[in-house]
Design a protein around this ligand. Structure first.
Ligand SMILES: [Zn+2]
Ligand SMILES: [Zn+2]
Length: 162
């Protein structure tokens, strides 16, 4: 398999990920165009692509202290992810950091699915908590993909009133 394209970017083949879209579902997947750490560094990486989009790159550390890189799909609800230099397993809890300033991603809320924590990725350089997405720290959790802040808030409200 050809992993590197001529431009030196890492090419992740499309067929690696299943696309399940019902015929009635005409809505296009939402692609994020800006992702930032608390200090305003862009988290997009020009050299790693997932399904032909620049991936979100994060530094990760598991509970054993192993460190590596995680590349996330920048598309809402798409679970595609790739890791480098680290093996992750279902159930692992990952701490995530900005690759540039090593600042840990801030906790947004408790995960409504697994009771772990949702970490914050800001959509603007101004690190505004009303303009962010979350990702669960637990590998394999339903929320370990990009989740909109609106959805995180709705599930938080559900947890309070339940
Ligand atoms: Zn940073
Ligand atoms: Zn979770």
């Amino acid at each position: 398999m050809k992993r590197f394209t001529d431009k030196g970017t890492i090419h992740i083949p499309k067929n690696k990920f299943r696309h399940r879209r019902k015929k009635s579902d005409v809505s296009e997947p939402v692609l994020l165009t800006g992702c930032y750490c608390l200090n305003g560094h862009s988290l997009f990486d020009d050299h790693i692509q997932i399904n032909e989009h620049n991936a979100i790159k994060l530094l990760i550390e598991n509970e054993k202290g192993d460190k590596g890189l995680l590349a996330l799909s920048p598309v809402y609800g798409e679970h595609a992810r790739v890791t480098f230099d680290i093996k992750i397993e279902k159930g692992d809890i990952l701490n995530m950091y900005c690759p540039e300033c090593k600042e840990p991603l801030k906790v947004y809320s408790t995960c409504s699915v697994c009771d772990s924590e949702m970490l914050t990725i800001f959509l603007t350089e101004e690190h505004n908590y009303t303009d962010c997405v979350g990702v669960c720290k637990k590998v394999g959790c339903h929320n370990s993909k990009l989740v909109s802040s609106r959805r995180m808030l709705l599930s938080a409200v559900k947890n309070i009133t339940k």
